[in-house]
Design a protein around this ligand. Structure first.
Ligand SMILES: *Cc1c(COP(=O)(O)O)cnc(C)c1O
Length: 363
């Protein structure tokens, strides 16, 4: 008889239908939200497209804040569904300015929805979320927040901030699988989503997922991928064991230690601390060196640095998200960046940088 040999991935059992509700409740705990939590059987970009597709109608008026390619795509999906878009585009690679949003909302005739990204992994910036939400709340605007990168890396209390829809993925700061995602939906957001004319019988239909919420939250539609849900459960186990506030504190420390290390190295970060995310730190690269050569030098040391994305493509990112929010990774990121500068003939004080990082972690 043919024997394929033992492999832990053969014959994975299906994920028990009665455990989806508990998973959703635990995600509600991470988000600090009593809103409905929906599970999407695909990576977070699909959940974001589902939000846009489910909201978009001719006549819907949206202020869409664009600080990376993600915001650009979100606007495109809304436009495809007939919505009227007011795109507010930040300076390349920088966070949006609160005054720009205040002015845009004052000038706009009537706005139903405001959409934005909280923290960007593409450029390492942090948008002024609580301030923007306060402006929106004062005007009765429904708010959509892409918190895929920020969840677990920054404080994000959905209900006390008054966020109507928050989209998250487990694969960034929570250190979980990339094949599932989740979102919270408020009563006010459901009122917009469930109006006539939205998609049904579609992977992009949030109204379909509302039926799951209303029907005792048992088995999800179709044949869910069991390994993804077991992995999500394991990620939540780990987050709850470490405690969310400690996970966030670990990211805060990774960000501040990285900036301290770079300052001691003699390198300016792309944005000041107040505008920086705790997820990745972006730095400029000497023009004649360029991101590709710098990244290649780091790779020879076994260290993975990355170029920025979109408008931040001229920057190099030091990634300290999820399991990488650790002393070892922060230290090796900064040392490798310094070593690449030195090899290209630039000054970089690697000893001082290492000392600064050790001091930051020793406190
Ligand atoms: C990573 C990320 C996403 C999701 O992208 P994936 O392709 O699912 O990794 C969405 N928005 C933001 C801001 C992100 O950083």
């Amino acid at each position: 008889m043919f024997d394929p040999g033992w492999n832990p991935l053969h014959g994975a059992p299906s994920y028990p239908a009665e455990r989806y509700a508990a998973l959703a409740d635990r995600i509600g705990g991470v988000l600090q939200s009593r809103n409905d939590i929906l599970l999407v059987q695909a990576e977070a970009v699909v959940a974001l497209e589902a939000v846009a597709a489910s909201l978009a109608r001719p006549g819907l008026s949206v202020v869409n804040i664009v600080t990376s390619p993600y915001g650009g795509w979100f606007g495109q999906w809304l436009r495809r569904g007939g919505a009227t878009l007011h795109d507010i585009i930040a300076e390349p690679g920088l966070p949006i300015d609160i005054e720009v949003i205040a002015k845009a909302l004052d000038l706009a005739p009537h706005i139903d929805v405001l959409a934005m990204v909280h923290a960007e992994s593409a450029s390492g910036i942090l948008n002024p979320l609580p301030e923007i939400l306060a402006l929106a709340r004062g005007r009765g605007i429904v708010t959509i927040v892409d918190a895929v990168a920020s969840i677990g890396g920054h404080r994000l209390e959905i209900d006390s901030l008054g966020i109507d829809v928050a989209v998250i993925g487990p694969q960034k700061a929570l250190g979980g699988p990339a094949g599932v995602s989740a979102l919270s939906v408020s009563r006010r957001a459901w009122d917009l989503i469930l109006r006539k004319g939205g998609p049904r019988d579609s992977i992009l239909s949030l109204a379909d997922l509302k039926s799951w919420v209303d029907d005792r939250r048992q088995g999800l539609p179709g044949t869910p991928a069991p390994l993804e849900f077991f992995a999500l459960e394991a990620a939540l186990d780990r987050i709850e064991a470490e405690r969310l506030e400690n996970v966030i504190a670990r990211h805060v420390l990774a960000g501040s230690a990285t900036r301290a290390g770079l300052a001691a190295l003699g390198v300016a970060t792309w944005v000041p601390a107040a505008k920086a995310s705790n997820l990745v730190t972006a730095v400029r690269v000497p023009e004649e060196l360029g991101p590709a050569a710098l990244i290649a030098t780091a790779r020879r040391l076994g260290v993975e640095l990355a170029a920025g994305v979109g408008a931040a493509a001229h920057l190099v990112r030091l990634n300290h998200t999820g399991p990488r929010a650790s002393f070892q990774t922060v230290l090796s990121n900064v040392v490798a960046y310094g070593a690449a500068l030195r090899q290209a003939g630039h000054a970089a004080d690697i000893a001082a940088a290492s000392e600064a990082i050790a001091v930051a972690y020793g406190r």
